[in-house]
Design a binder for this molecule. Sequence first.
Ligand code: UTP
Length: 286
Amino acid sequence: MKVRKAVITAAGWGTRFLPITRSQPKEMLPLVDKPLIQYSVEEAINSGIEQIIMVTALGKRAIEDYFDRSFELEYVLEQKGETKLLQEMRELSNLVDICYIRQKEQLGLGHAILTAKGIIGEEPFAVLLPDDIVDSKVPVLKQMIEVYEQYKTNVVAVERISRQDTIKYGIIEPKRVSERVYQVLSLVEKPESAEAPSNLGVVGRYILMPQIFDALKVIPSGKNQEIQLTDALRLLLNQQAVYAYEFEGVRYDTGTPLGWLEATVALALKHPDIGPELREYLRQLL
Ligand code: UTP
């Protein structure tokens, strides 16, 4: 079955961005010339996704408004003769079919995904964590869908991480299957480097079979009383294969101020309008 739907989880508190996130969703922070969340939405669209299920929460209304149509704004732009901008604004509101669902209590990533169960139904689906932005020629999700098409089972995105960073990631025990593709034999959440079965860490892109919902429903709450996706994946491993795909591209973790700043600089340097002047500015600064 084709992967048609994608869940984008945007309900987290974003505590690492406090105090900004007291009144502003971190997903709406700008990354060069558009909000963070738009990168995931565009990646999903460019990977062939037909419907996006956005999981939001209290205080995240700005995301819905952003992708909605604003007749007032369109009217103002029309009056001012700003036809190009008007066209861009219309395109933005027609990007894709997005439906919103609220996670009423922030009980973790696993719980956020479970919130979308009714809309997903019985089909494979993608999950994108909007903090993880990947700069790549082919959208990461598209690369993963190709792997899914071959194995017709769960696929998680992995990246080679440095040994001292294993405590920040879910780490897989891999069995190499082909170039960049591994079968996941086991999954360890945030191990010390000495206990890590590899240096392949799971990052924020997944293709999941609907059976993940059954696993999410039965696992007990883990760290911080949260329902962890990693725990559900580990349980699913008993009945279904999980593959890991080492994607092509550079990933930025924009969930922290430093990561966000790194992504901002790296992507701005590549931007045709801003890049050359920014490069010159940075040169002067250093
Ligand atoms: P994070 O672990 O980055 O948490 O969530 P967070 O709340 O976004 O940020 P910090 O750690 O407080 O700074 C990983 C992903 O899971 C989503 C987040 O929105 C992010 O996409 N999430 C997390 C939910 O949707 N709901 C939750 O209850 C928790």
